[in-house]
Design a protein around this ligand. Structure first.
Ligand SMILES: Cc1cc2nc3c(=O)[nH]c(=O)nc-3n(C[C@H](O)[C@H](O)[C@H](O)COP(=O)(O)O)c2cc1C
Length: 345
């Protein structure tokens, strides 16, 4: 399947299905000399992992990532880094009732229309299980960014219209949804601090274009604001423009409606994004659909599904952002002759 690779210089290729033996990622282009152990990756995997808590499915994926190559004596060697994890909690029988049926809101119909054949167990490549491989790769990218003082963080802020920081209200809301066999949309906010000015390339590889591609490659994403985003369409130039000032001998924006990017190039201000997720498509209540033979029918989706995507997806947003920034940092090193000359002289 084409489309499984991402990035130009810090380039990842993910592989594996939800209910296959395992999944993984190969990172090519990671610079040598970054201290890296499996323990650096584990906390990111833990945040993505379903844990049977109030906001996630009861699936229990151990998500222990193994480093198979590209690291020697605790440091990256500059050679391809292979990261792998095994699938240990598959229940393919959970999916037998949907093998011929198109789940409304899911990728089943699209895959059949495109390939005429699909791995129906857990959605195959369309499953959120695939995001575990990008999270593992993103953890490595974020390690590199950390060495440069760049911090990326993302968190779920809303479940439907309920503030996620009010855990009691959010839990009560999800419990009620589960009882009604329904799911809900969610919002994730992501910030990157300490990003130097100058990342992003005119014109097709603008930093905002690369971020948009990365974020929209995550399942269930339906919208993205960079800075004020869609609200800027209701604004005026005099209030939307961020005035420039000098601070610490540097050009700084006094406000940040732009979200840290102008002309596709980072300004040095925080990069701010708001990501909008649709409700989880797999819901247990009966829904109208069609099977692959063209018969209209109804489906009740069994299996273990997240009632809301945002709480588990926040780390996926963070890691995809880390991958884009690591790649943009490397790409930016070729931008200026004076720096290339300094480097080689
Ligand atoms: C972290 C995460 C968890 C998800 N969990 C589920 C789930 O349990 N059940 C489900 O049907 N979809 C889940 N999704 C959403 C589907 O992957 C997604 O809706 C599907 O692939 C169709 O793609 P689209 O919504 O981008 O069109 C999840 C997505 C993410 C990012």
């Amino acid at each position: 399947m084409a489309g499984s690779s991402f990035g130009r210089l810090f380039r990842i290729s993910t592989w594996g299905e939800s209910h296959g033996e395992g999944l993984g990622v190969v990172i090519d282009g990671c610079p040598a000399g970054i201290p890296l152990t499996e323990e650096d990756i584990a906390p990111y995997m833990e945040r993505r992992r379903p844990n049977g808590g109030a906001f996630s499915t009861a699936r229990n994926e151990a998500d222990r990532v193994r480093i198979l190559s590209g690291v020697f004596e605790g440091r990256t060697t500059g050679t391809p880094i292979s990261l792998m994890l095994l699938n240990t909690d598959q229940r393919s029988r959970d999916y037998s009732n949907i093998m011929d049926i198109y789940r409304p809101g899911h990728a089943d119909f699209g895959y059949d229309a495109k390939y005429g054949f699909r791995d129906y167990r857990g959605g195959g490549r369309s499953s959120a299980r695939e995001t575990s491989a990008r999270v593992a790769a993103g953890a490595v990218a974020i390690k590199l960014l950390g060495m440069l003082g760049i911090e990326v963080s993302a968190a779920c802020t809303k479940i439907g219209d309920v503030d996620f920081s009010d855990r009691e209200a959010a839990e009560a809301y999800i419990a009620d949804l589960r009882a009604r066999q329904d799911s809900v949309g969610s919002t994730v906010v992501c910030t990157a601090k300490g990003v130097p000015a100058g990342l992003g390339e005119p014109v097709f590889d603008k930093l905002d274009a690369l971020l948009a591609k990365a974020i929209f490659s995550i399942g269930a994403v339906k919208g993205l604001d960079i800075g004020d985003g869609a609200a800027a369409a209701l604004s005026t130039g005099s209030s939307n423009n961020d005035p420039f000032r000098m601070a610490d001998n540097r050009v700084m924006a006094a406000t940040n409606h732009a979200g840290g990017i102008l002309g596709g190039i980072s300004t040095g201000a925080d990069i701010c994004m708001t990501v909008y997720f649709k409700p989880t498509p797999s819901i247990a209540r009966p829904q109208e659909t069609v099977d692959r033979f063209g018969n209209e029918t109804t489906v009740e989706i069994r299996g273990r599904h997240d009632p809301v995507v945002g709480p588990r997806a926040a780390v996926v947003v963070e890691c995809m952002t880390g991958l884009v920034l690591a790649d943009a940092l490397l790409a930016n090193m070729t931008a200026r002759a004076d720096r290339i000359i300094d480097f080689y002289r």
